[in-house]
Design a protein around this ligand. Structure first.
Ligand SMILES: Cc1cc2nc3c(=O)[nH]c(=O)nc-3n(C[C@H](O)[C@H](O)[C@H](O)COP(=O)(O)OP(=O)(O)OC[C@H]3O[C@@H](n4cnc5c(N)ncnc54)[C@H](O)[C@@H]3O)c2cc1C
Length: 472
């Protein structure tokens, strides 16, 4: 990067917030995937005005800018595949307001998701989106990926809690969308367009988030199944029984074994699968939901159904679920985590066909867990990309999973986004016209293509041209 540009960046944010030493830049070269590309410089702004000036400069010079939160993304979104500037929003980490009367919070993008949850729960409110990465991931990253989590089955995803945004466009102009009202139908819904846009349309610098009252009570059950398909069947039966659990998670045997080895808390590793189910609401309603859920699981063939008796037991079960990702990561150098989603009634069929993939790709350690209630599943493989042919095998596996989900009426990504990893498959789902529309929106908002280039198959040319990253 030219010395004059570096000098301008230093003048905008202060010299200590412009990192151009190789060892610093390497720290910002990847996310939680195997993608890697070293940026030319890392810039850490503190205000919207600074973000605006940085983007104006980048747009003038045609320098790529990759916005970044905590770098926990699972689709390659924060990896600067075209080099240029990594724009880290972690210094903009203040909760600006919690408005109890109007049930909303105003936050900066670098606020850690779990910190916001704790702050609102301390005043009797609730921010439901709960990615398993919540102790690290940021609200800006959650908005950009439209993140989900276990509680989304009942409560919806991040998008359902974003009332309005402040966004800096590629040109440096500051756009405000949405309103502080419960309802607003003024003009195009730009908020929804920006949520899930993976940093390709603008940089989120402030968000107004909807809150709800904290549920009075919660109970957690664990249902143990000797066969994976029975667990899938139980999911359908729970939904058919008219219960919408706050969370309805499935963990297969391989994943159970891995997490048990990691935590050693006595999980039933002989089971082919367990369901972890939380129900919440008024105390009396919770008791009735527990009965119905337990009944549905037994009818589907559960070998055992246990209800956590204390908050500590409940916390332990959820700790097991949240530890899955790090536990699986210990199996090998790189974990590739998928997040296809299928209509909930197709979960048993998905699991049946997944068993076939497991056999076809023998030798690749494979686990499956996920948000079975909303049909969003996380098949994972652990891979050593240094072994000849291994990366190609995993890419073939990813393509087969994408086809499988789409064949069952599902979608490529329930929560992790497209990034680089799923760019080759985007057109399979949205079709050529869908892709054209997305590219036209991108061109309108970012004519020079500086914002997070190389992602979502949005670069002109065939979709997926940039898949796999191009970085070093
Ligand atoms: C252990 C683990 C568990 C996870 N569990 C879940 C889960 O349950 N559910 C789920 O949905 N995801 C999960 N994830 C994925 C990841 O945590 C989410 O995608 C999260 O939203 C990313 O947030 P981040 O702050 O780390 O963003 P980053 O990884 O830094 O960035 C993600 C994307 O957002 C863009 N971006 C970041 N900040 C901004 C901003 N201010 N403005 C515009 N664009 C921005 C980036 O350019 C990039 O495209 C998990 C990841 C890990 C490692």
């Amino acid at each position: 990067m030219r010395a004059e540009v570096l000098a301008e960046l230093r003048a905008i944010v202060g010299p200590q917030y412009v990192l151009d030493r190789l060892e610093d830049r390497i720290c910002y070269s990847t996310d939680a995937t195997w993608e890697r590309a070293v940026p030319d410089v890392v810039v850490l702004p503190e205000t919207t005005e600074q973000v605006s000036r940085i983007l104006r400069l980048a747009n003038r010079e045609g320098i790529p800018v990759t916005p970044r939160g905590a770098g926990t993304g699972l689709s390659g979104g924060a990896v600067p595949v075209r080099g240029g500037i990594v724009l880290s929003l972690t210094r903009m980490n203040r909760i600006l307001e919690i408005d109890r009367r109007n049930l909303l919070a105003v936050v900066q993008p670098g606020v850690v998701t779990g910190d916001l949850q704790q702050a609102v729960e301390a005043v009797g409110l609730f921010y439901p989106p709960d990615p398993a990465s919540l102790r690290v991931s940021t609200i800006g990253g959650n908005i950009a990926e439209n993140a989900g989590g276990p509680r989304c089955f009942k409560y919806g995803v991040t998008r359902d809690y974003v009332l309005g945004l402040e966004v800096v466009l590629a040109t440096g102009e500051v756009l405000r969308t949405g309103a502080r009202t419960v309802k607003s139908v003024t003009g195009y819904d730009l908020t929804r367009l920006l949520v899930g846009s993976e940093g390709t349309l603008g940089v989120v610098t402030e968000a107004t988030l909807r809150l709800i009252p904290k549920p009075e009570h919660q109970a957690t059950l664990m249902a143990v199944f000797s066969r994976l398909e029975e667990a899938g069947e139980a999911v359908s039966r729970i939904v058919a029984a008219g219960v919408v659990p706050a969370s309805l998670e499935i963990i297969d045997q391989t994943a159970l074994k891995v997490v048990e080895e990691f935590l050693q808390i006595g999980l039933p590793t002989e089971a082919e699968a367990v369901l972890l189910i939380s129900v919440d609401g008024w105390r009396e309603a919770v008791a009735r939901q527990v009965e119905r859920v337990a009944g549905a699981c037994r009818e589907a063939g559960a070998a055992a159904v246990e209800v956590a008796r204390t908050p500590e037991e409940e916390a332990e079960l959820w700790r097991a679920r949240r530890s899955l990702n790090p536990a699986v990561t210990r199996l090998g150098p790189v974990k590739v985590g998928e997040d296809v989603a299928v209509p909930p009634a197709q979960v048993p069929e998905f699991l049946r066909r997944f068993q076939y993939l497991r056999q076809k790709y023998t030798g690749l350690p494979m686990v499956v867990y996920g948000h079975a209630g909303d049909g969003n599943l996380h098949p994972n493989v652990v891979v050593d990309p240094r072994r000849p042919g291994e990366r190609e095998r995993v890419e073939a596996w990813l393509a087969e999973l994408a086809r499988l989900a789409l064949d069952l009426g599902g979608t490529l990504s329930g929560e992790h986004g497209i990034g680089t990893l799923k760019a080759p498959f985007l057109e399979w789902e949205v079709g050529p016209v869908g892709l054209q529309v997305m590219r036209a929106i991108k061109r309108a908002l970012d004519p020079r293509g500086i914002l997070n280039p190389g992602k979502m198959g949005l670069d002109e040319g065939p979709a997926g041209e940039v898949a796999g990253g191009g970085g070093t």
